[in-house]
Ligand binder design. Sequence first.
Ligand code: TIU
Length: 238
Amino acid sequence: MPDIVSVPARPAPFAFDVASTALVVIDMQRDFLLPGGFGETLGNDVALLQKVVPPLTGLLEAARSAGMLVIHTREGHLPDLSDCPPAKLSRGAPSMRIGDQGTLGRILIRGEYGHDIIDELAPIEGEIVIDKPGKGAFYGTTFGDVLVENGITRLIVTGVTTEVCVHTTVREANDRGYEALVVSDCVGSYFPEFQRVGLEMVAAQGGIFGWVADSASIIAGLTPAPLESDPHQPAFAG
Ligand code: TIU
């Protein structure tokens, strides 16, 4: 694999080297993807997020094989809700509120079954998990310190939802000087229109706060091309 990988992206190719780039997987939690969780209490059709899982599984595998740092995040609160702003707790008219007992455990509470990452994308040994109380990965967490400690300057960002936690994190990253690539088929929204426009917003105006590419382009860049067979050699030695 070349030291520097360049992938086709909007608004321009995105170049990165594996050693200084992290794959960030945002909030792929049961609370957002499965019936009975936080996402459903807000009135959303959580099935819409399932399409993210197969391409993200493929990208995660490619990143792991390439030796890239993988960082997962989880949105959620302490059991006593001391880290949940009253405005977040009281907002809207959900069917259940944060901290209420649901079928996957207490809604959006750390340590509960629903708060954890879906089985298909479960972190493996050596991967970092950042628990965050807000929408952005930097607010109230050690995420920024982890990036500095690991010499990370570029982020490949995936997860849910595109216009909420992905956008907030990418905007926070941009303001801190990081270059972030959002993976179009590895981020998802409960609103197809927000998905489309959310991706456009990132790359518009010359990439006002990031880049956008699909997972196939990144996987192709991370995966060494097979060696060309020599046409002068017989296919079988024997
Ligand atoms: N509701 C919604 O679209 N998203 C969130 O509340 N959190 C995340 O995006 N993770």
